[in-house]
Design a binder for this molecule. Structure first.
Ligand code: PEP
Length: 250
């Protein structure tokens, strides 16, 4: 099965209305050659979710959110639901990012409920998993990540509603990345775990690598076995670096 590569940008808590110039520059650079090779996605903060989908409409570049509440509506001050995200015109939602797990105490079971909500609303969930440096040093990286996968992904997931992002916590925003062998080993272990649970459906689930992906290392990382794209933080804020990463697929 061929999986369409996905290069996703997570803007985190960055971006004001004026940042639309970066989105516009990305759209301008997302020509038919690049569209044929890779799918592009930008996940801006919630304040920009109201305007970015209209800007990107018809360009092929998708827009996503960075989190959602499990419930469709209700008394949850400050939260937004998967239905609201879909209503804004977005198609994806990042769930269980390590910053949300750390800052908001999100557990695997909560992430799973959110992934179910995303599917209910017709969104593609990008479920993030990844070990801490102490866990890797203790030789527990595979066990931790496979355990997070088991707990965070809902039953019945398919390639049409789920993407997984492997993001070692110690590689996020640090300029450090795992070795090529470690990325291949982890992605292979995740694919095997998905096969065991979902059978042939696992072949359609894209596995992204995230953590200090830059134009300089994208060519190497994106060609590794079972790496179906990247989740990019800092380097996704500027069109020049984000597009340079995606162009690794040309
Ligand atoms: C992220 O937080 O999802 C991420 C990958 O960040 P960065 O690319 O900045 O390491």
């Amino acid at each position: 099965m061929t999986r369409r590569p996905l290069v996703a940008g997570n803007w985190k808590m960055n971006g004001l209305r004026a940042s639309v110039v970066e989105l516009e520059a990305m759209i301008a650079a997302y020509d038919s050659h690049l569209q044929a090779r890779a799918e592009l996605l930008i996940c801006p903060p919630a304040t920009l979710l109201a305007s970015f989908p209209a800007v990107a409409a018809g360009s092929g570049l998708a827009i996503g959110a960075q989190d959602c509440h499990p419930a469709p509506c209700g008394a949850h001050t400050g939260d937004i639901s998967a239905e609201m995200i879909a209503d804004a015109g977005a198609g994806f939602v990042i769930l269980g990012h390590s910053e949300r797990r750390a800052d908001h105490g999100e557990t695997d079971s909560l992430v799973r409920l959110k992934a179910e909500a995303a599917r209910r609303a017709g969104l593609v969930a990008i479920v993030c998993v990844g070990e801490s440096e102490a866990e890797r040093d203790a030789g527990r990286a595979l066990e931790i990540v496979v355990g997070q996968l088991a707990g965070s992904i809902p039953d019945g997931a398919t390639g049409a509603d789920l993407v997984v992002a492997y993001e070692p916590i110690w590689a996020i925003g640090t300029g450090r990345t795992p070795s090529e062998a470690d990325i291949v080993e982890m992605h292979g272990a995740m694919r095997a775990a998905l096969r065991e649970r979902f059978g042939a459906e696992a072949e359609g689930i894209r596995l992204l690598y995230g953590g200090s992906v830059k134009p300089e290392n994208a060519g190497t990382i994106l060609k590794l076995e079972d790496v179906d794209g990247a989740l990019v933080g800092g380097a996704s804020l500027k069109a020049a670096s984000f597009i340079a990463i995606a162009r690794a697929y040309l």
